[in-house]
Design a protein around this ligand. Structure first.
Ligand SMILES: [Fe+2]
Ligand SMILES: [Fe+2]
Length: 167
């Protein structure tokens, strides 16, 4: 179903469609993170990816709760955006040999994933509010808060790496 599919007529349809897109994205991220854990060298980064894998599994579960509260079955809609981000990350990571350069590439890739998720959740929260669904807002907000925290940690790691190299 394309974004401008005729099946989307109301704000509610659009909300559910976007929910299916992020549901697909979160599931792809669960698949992609173990490779990021394996490829990273910095122990703090490795641990960060491990922690976020656990959080991402919870994101999937919370989305399933959102579907349920909204009276919908959790179904997927392909998300070429997240597929592209993950493909690009794998491509770049495959080309880098130096461990600390590879870590920098993994941080950058992970941040593009987090930023993608942050925009989706921001939009979904705004629409859920518009639809008067404060029950699902709370669940979506928990996911958003964890994406933002993950992004902040990645920024801090990127900056400390840069500072270490400059020292
Ligand atoms: Fe997530
Ligand atoms: Fe995330």
């Amino acid at each position: 179903m394309g974004f401008f599919s005729k099946d989307i007529k109301t704000m509610d349809d659009l909300f559910v469609h976007t929910l299916r897109v992020i549901y697909y994205a979160e599931k792809q991220i669960v698949q992609a993170l173990p490779a990021m854990v394996n490829k990273s060298s910095d122990p703090q980064l490795k641990q960060g990816f491990r922690v976020h894998l656990g959080e991402t599994k919870n994101h999937v579960t919370r989305l399933e709760q959102v579907f349920k509260l909204h009276g919908q079955q959790p179904t997927l809609v392909d998300c070429p955006a997240i597929d592209g981000i993950i493909d690009e990350a794998e491509e770049v990571a495959g080309e880098v040999e130096d461990k600390s350069v590879l870590d920098a590439a993994l941080i950058a890739a992970a941040q593009s994933v987090e930023h993608y998720e942050i925009t989706r959740y921001g939009t979904l929260i705004a629409w859920a509010k518009e639809l008067g669904r404060s029950d699902v807002v709370a669940l979506l907000q928990q996911n958003l808060d964890e994406e933002k925290a993950a992004d902040k940690k990645l920024t801090a790691m990127a900056e400390s790496k840069v500072n270490r190299r400059a020292a």
